[in-house]
Ligand binder design. Structure first.
Ligand SMILES: NC(=O)c1ccc[n+]([C@@H]2O[C@H](COP(=O)([O-])OP(=O)(O)OC[C@H]3O[C@@H](n4cnc5c(N)ncnc54)[C@H](O)[C@@H]3O)[C@@H](O)[C@H]2O)c1
Length: 254
């Protein structure tokens, strides 16, 4: 896909990996709409990249439908969707207070997995109504964000690991289903990335997290995630796969 002049949706684009992606896509000439529940920060980011911002809860059908429709009215139907919105609270299956409240598990599945599917279904519907482009007749590309926790969930990550594992499973399924319509579906599974979530940790904790990565021995830069987004968009043969972006990290049990 040629990124210039394409309409793009980036969920979670107000912060971290989503913000780096929004910047990178805008620099490549895309028209970017940021969909995030943090309306103020989304607006600031959109201002920085001359893009659009929509307050949106990805886990809510009506909220996402409205945001996608508003973005399409302003910049045309998106041919790029990057799903970055997500949360990662830690809790044990059985903690000091007893079994994990079911609502806590549900909240993580709702935002990370259902939220990803919610935007995927809406973006796919809009993409398949567009004209095919280029020699392969491509209509659009959807990129989701899982995590290495999909493969090696640590203690305290039951809900997070299950939500990200669901995204990995969805990837080949959705790619198969949308293949006949010229839409590719890919997922990135990052390791430990230097986003606001992790940069809030004490310096020595960040250092020891970085040291746990085989090579390079450091946290990943959000720009490295954005670089992979661009590689996926521009390489039409990448489809139906989850790519680990982790410096060969394999998470220990805790
Ligand atoms: N940072 C890491 O080390 C790391 C590692 C693996 C996977 N990931 C995944 O990458 C994605 C981005 O993480 P990040 O580190 O950039 O986090 P971040 O907290 O910096 O950004 C997440 C963004 O998502 C938004 N968001 C949260 N819930 C939302 C909702 N219901 N509707 C709309 N927007 C919502 C937040 O407002 C925020 O702007 C997440 O899915 C996370 O699980 C991150």
């Amino acid at each position: 896909m040629d990124i210039a002049n394409q309409a793009a949706l980036v969920t979670g684009g107000a912060s971290g990996l989503g913000a780096a992606t929004a910047r990178r896509l805008a620099a490549a000439g895309a028209n970017v709409a940021i969909l995030d529940r943090d309306a103020a920060q989304a607006k600031r980011m959109a201002g920085e990249i001359d893009g659009l911002a929509y307050a949106c809860d990805v886990a809510d059908a009506a909220s996402a439908e409205q945001a996608v429709a508003q973005a399409a009215a302003a910049q045309g139907p998106a041919r790029i969707l990057v799903n970055c919105a997500g949360i990662g609270p830690a809790a044990r299956i059985v903690g000091r207070e007893g079994p994990m409240p079911l609502a806590d598990f549900e909240a993580v599945i709702r935002i990370n997995l259902i939220g990803t599917f919610n935007l995927l279904r809406l973006a796919a519907a809009a993409m398949i109504a567009t004209e095919p482009q280029g020699p392969d007749g491509e209509r659009g590309v959807i990129i989701n964000t899982a995590s290495v926790a999909a493969y090696e969930g640590q203690i305290g990550q039951a809900a997070y690991a299950a939500s990200k594992g669901g995204i990995v499973a969805l990837t080949i399924q959705a790619a198969r289903e949308l293949a006949a319509r010229g839409v590719r579906v890919m997922t990135i599974a990052p390791g430990i990335m230097a986003t606001p979530m992790l940069l809030g940790l004490p310096e020595q904790v960040q250092q020891s997290l970085g040291d746990s990565v085989p090579f390079p021995k450091r946290l990943g830069h959000p720009q490295e995630y954005a670089d992979l987004v661009v590689s996926i968009l521009t390489n039409p043969l990448l489809n139906g796969e989850t790519i680990r972006l982790d410096g060969a990290l394999r998470m220990p049990p805790r």
